[in-house]
Design a protein around this ligand. Structure first.
Ligand code: HEM
Length: 146
């Protein structure tokens, strides 16, 4: 009984000690961030994506009048954060931003198609492309036709 009790006390102490010494958090997985070329690579991707959107007759009209500098900054932050990089997204949530814009599945696919072309053009490894696309696909429901 005493043995069992001391084992519990020891375990509690170990936990407490762990909390107090606050060992550093295990490093987050930033392998996708690295594969995208870190902040510079992501900035280049977003820059080229905006250019391609501006040339894409299927969706360009939906971006008329937006604050391009802000879009460029927040999209960069978002991809950086999503990929495990040291960034904090400072924009609004995806539902608020896209609500009422009547964005269709075809619009969404057109933007993703542009992004794939950008990543191909910038030699992002296919495995990294797929990992990023999977993260963006998870946002689809927040973006289309709300
Ligand atoms: C993977 C898909 C998408 C992602 C990750 C995404 C992400 C974002 C982000 C991060 C912003 C900036 C939010 C802010 O600064 O607060 C934004 C804004 C915007 N997005 Fe998207 N978006 C996606 C798809 C689309 C599509 C398909 C369209 C239309 C064809 C669209 C139209 C817009 C517009 C017009 C804005 C500017 C809103 C404003 O300035 O008020 N987005 N998006």
């Amino acid at each position: 009984m005493i043995k069992r009790y001391s084992a519990v006390v020891l375990a509690a102490l170990a936990l407490l000690l762990g909390a107090c010494t606050s060992a550093p958090e295990p490093a987050e997985d930033d392998s996708l961030y690295q594969a995208l070329g870190e902040r510079d690579g992501i900035e280049r991707m977003v820059e080229e994506l905006l250019f391609r959107i501006s040339e894409d007759a299927r969706i360009v009209d939906q971006f008329q009048g937006i604050d391009v500098a802000r879009f460029e900054r927040t999209l960069t932050e978002q991809i950086c954060e999503l990929s495990g990089g040291p960034c904090t997204y400072s924009g609004d949530d995806m539902v608020t931003v896209h609500r009422g814009r009547d964005i269709t599945e075809a619009d969404f696919n057109a933007l993703v198609e542009n992004l794939i072309e950008v990543m191909e053009h910038q030699h992002v490894p296919v495995s990294a492309q797929n990992r990023l696309l999977a993260k963006l696909a998870a946002m689809r429901g927040d973006i289309i036709r709300l």
